[in-house]
Write a protein that binds this ligand. Sequence first.
Ligand code: NAD
Length: 378
Amino acid sequence: MRVGVSRERRDGERRVAATPDSVRQLIGLGLEVLIESGAGTAAGHSDQAYADAGAELVAELELDALDVYAHVRPLSPETAARLRRGAVTVGLASPASELPTVRALAAAGVTAFALELVPRISRAQSMDALTSQALIAGYRSVLEAAMRLPRFFPLYMTAAGTIPPASVLVLGAGVAGLQAIGTAKRLGARVSANDVRPASADEVASMGATFISLDLEAAEASGGYAKELGDDRAAMQRALLAPHVAASDVLITTAAIPGRPAPLLVTSQMVAAMRPGSVVIDLAAESGGNVEGTVAGSDVLVPTADGAGTVTLVGLKDAASAMASDASRLYAKNVANLLELMTADGVVAPDFADEVVAGACLTDDGVVRHAPTAAAIE
Ligand code: NAD
């Protein structure tokens, strides 16, 4: 069966859905791999490296001749419509926001797998692209903050005086938040964090950070995810967080609720109460933002309330794509592992009796299988 991997078409996207290593894995399964020329360039992989791994290089993929199409960003409805009936796609699909593509995939009779829907269970960890890409985003968020902060992260004791460590506050201690904590600790900062899931307190402590306990009821839904707070409790959370935000040099926000817009954790007033020169990195910028005034892809300078300077509010976008080499290495492995789960004797044949395969499937045989997306389309 022929697996195609194209150059990503979205502006600024540098990742690729297959690396030479993952090509070897796919060929080992008995699959043929076609790579569009230049697909891996931005991630550090030349056409020759793919050819050496056994792939066939093509100037442009003939979509209707593919059995499997592997991608990073969600497909356009036009691309979906060009795939043949029964073709399999594997990649990020943003089902909640890309409904026209979901419709097009279903109309074309494509069996589409959305990596966002891979169940968060132990057996599926090696296919979990949300985790692999959040890990990169969390790490990157700290580096972006450090580059903008006019201060050191670590404690310095010098002949000219002692410089105290920077205080970093992380809101949302899931995969990205824990990586941000680890990275900020490694840079020598004093780190604290908050999350609404009770289980996160131990995880935060195990990373060497201080968990900020707010006097709020726990908000945990099934599957270990957070539940949306009601308006009163969300307002109470902001009020309780305000002094912690004001005391930090760097604030990193990563809070998310699956299928919902990002919760607002920090108001403009809270940002303005920070010290001049402080930095806020909003990793939820692309899904609405955790911080009032965030602009995805931009730095906004917020005047401080004391009139002494500004706070830099960064709507971090494409954080994983900015580290295309390792992001692609992990992503391509996630894609190849999901395909491996569905392949026997060189044939990709999804078995919906498998909970990972069934859970990750967005559309099949003209039907939108993912119930919340099907409901959103009706
Ligand atoms: P996510 O990206 O959906 O959300 C990020 C974090 O924001 C979460 O920790 C969430 O609790 C937190 N959050 C939501 N609302 C908040 C609020 N108002 N204030 C503060 N924090 C808030 O989450 P994620 O990083 O994908 O992880 C979610 C869960 O899934 C975690 O329990 C994680 O350990 C688990 N997980 C399991 C697996 C696995 O078993 N394969 C893999 C990855 C993650």
